[in-house]
Write a protein that binds this ligand. Structure first.
Ligand code: NAD
Length: 408
């Protein structure tokens, strides 16, 4: 979504959260937009760090490497991080970073140099109590390790809490690799209970970190996965797919469609397939005004960021389909990032069990807060989630302004 659309959306929702014009203006404006040109092997790559709002705590958000990264996109993503951390009650604000680069065209050495150069460009504005980066599209735990090393060299201090999503041996957290999907499972379980959904037939679009782990976890929780897909297409079995087998095929042959025992379907058909729960876990903007009326699911869980267009959202809401929005549904990742940061600050290492229990508590509590605000008749779950978040941010911002506090 463009930043202009973000602003428009905020203006629409602001009266419902009782925000004044002044508050809306403030929440539409990022605190800081940092820019630099990173030079690697004589080539220039535009880089950004947007620090959107820190009224509730230090800025927090990933760094994206993608050829289409722009200042406008990073601003939108930083705004959403501000909302996401408020929804889940994490003591953070929101930020985001990005580099306009196709990382597949770089050698490993160049990728490392680019990552270290990013830190050199922005490190004075980053830090464990100021702004904490993390992975995003095409940035990995290994890259987080390089960035941490560079930051520690520049500051001369050991500071694992500078960045999250690190490898375990550098202070990463257990469960981080499946955190997004597991957070989604906890949210879905609450929704299923609330609406008394009996049939648990699931279709999942996208079979990467989010989608594949979701399929595996839901299989273990007694759900029947009837359809999955990746960029090459999808497979469907009304009796339920054998997910362990599908994962083996995906890992050995590179795509789920090579799992030939089942009917093949297109990515478009998957969205309209006979299922009670639909989980978009790949691209944004796939549920549109053209297909929203044909979706059979009673629940849509947005593991992907922005899979539903605003027009489709309206249609689903009118049809009383419960859409669990991305700002809640995929917040498990940033929540475990927060746990990683806490462990680093306290010099602790939590067990898998402990992390899962804490994640479950956070996700259920966020769900419950939104459920209280939500109404099938006039306030969609997404609208309710934004209202809950905006009220928290505005309240913190008010205190910050009153006390004239200026965080770095
Ligand atoms: P990934 O790269 O691991 O997987 C993406 C999957 O989508 C792949 O299976 C790919 O084949 C598939 N795909 C690509 N094009 C497709 C198409 N046209 N139709 C259907 N499938 C297609 O990415 P991921 O980490 O799983 O992220 C997926 C989505 O979840 C993104 O929107 C991302 O922003 C969101 N998300 C992920 C995390 C996380 O921790 N991984 C956290 C928050 C949000």
């Amino acid at each position: 979504m463009s930043f202009a659309n973000v602003i428009q959306f905020l203006e629409k929702i602001a009266p419902l959260a009782n925000l004044s014009k002044k508050e809306v203006k403030l929440l539409q404006t990022p605190n800081r937009v940092l820019k630099a040109d990173l030079v690697v092997n004589g080539k220039k790559y535009p880089a950004y760090r947007v620090q959107f709002n820190n009224a509730r705590g230090p800025y927090k958000g990933g760094i994206r490497y993608h050829p289409e990264v722009s200042e406008d996109e990073v601003k939108s993503l930083a705004f959403w991080m501000t909302i996401k951390t408020a929804v889940t009650d994490l003591p953070y604000g929101g930020g985001k970073g990005g580099v306009t680069v196709d990382p597949k065209k770089l050698s490993k050495k160049e990728l490392e140099e680019l990552s270290r150069t990013y830190v050199r460009a922005f490190y004075k504005n980053l830090g464990p109590d100021t702004d904490i980066p993390a992975p995003d599209v095409y940035t990995t735990p290994e890259i987080m390790g390089w960035m941490l090393d560079e930051y520690q060299k520049l500051t001369g201090k050991k500071a694992p809490a500078f960045i999250t999503g690190k490898p375990l041996e550098l202070g990463g957290s257990k469960v981080r690799n499946i955190a997004t999907a597991l957070g989604g499972v906890y949210v879905l379980e609450e929704a299923v209970k609330k609406i008394g959904l009996k049939e648990k037939k699931v279709a999942i679009q996208g079979f990467g970190n989010a989608g594949m782990n979701m399929a595996k976890l839901l299989g273990e929780h007694g759900y029947s996965i009837v359809a999955v897909s990746d960029s090459k297409g999808g497979i469907y079995d009304p009796k339920g797919l054998n997910i362990d087998e599908v994962i083996r095929v995906k890992e050995s042959k590179g795509t789920v469609v090579e799992y030939t025992k089942n009917r093949k379907i297109s990515n478009e058909d998957l969205l309209e397939s006979n299922c009670s729960i639909l989980i978009p876990s790949a691209l944004s903007g796939v549920i549109t005004k053209e297909n929203a009326a044909k979706i059979k699911a009673k629940i849509v869980l947005e593991l992907a960021n922005g899979p539903t267009t605003p027009e489709a959202d309206q249609i689903l809401s009118t049809r009383k389909v419960l859409v669990l929005p991305d700002i809640l549904a995929n917040a498990g990742g940033v929540t475990v990032s927060y746990f990683e940061w806490v462990q680093n600050k306290k010099n602790e290492s939590w067990s898998e069990q402990e992390v899962k229990k804490k994640l479950q508590e956070k996700m259920i509590s966020a769900f419950q807060q939104i459920w209280k605000e939500f109404s099938y008749d006039n306030k969609s779950f997404r609208t309710a989630a934004y209202i809950v978040a905006l009220k928290k941010i505005a309240a913190a911002q008010k205190i910050k302004n009153k006390n004239k506090v200026e965080f770095k």
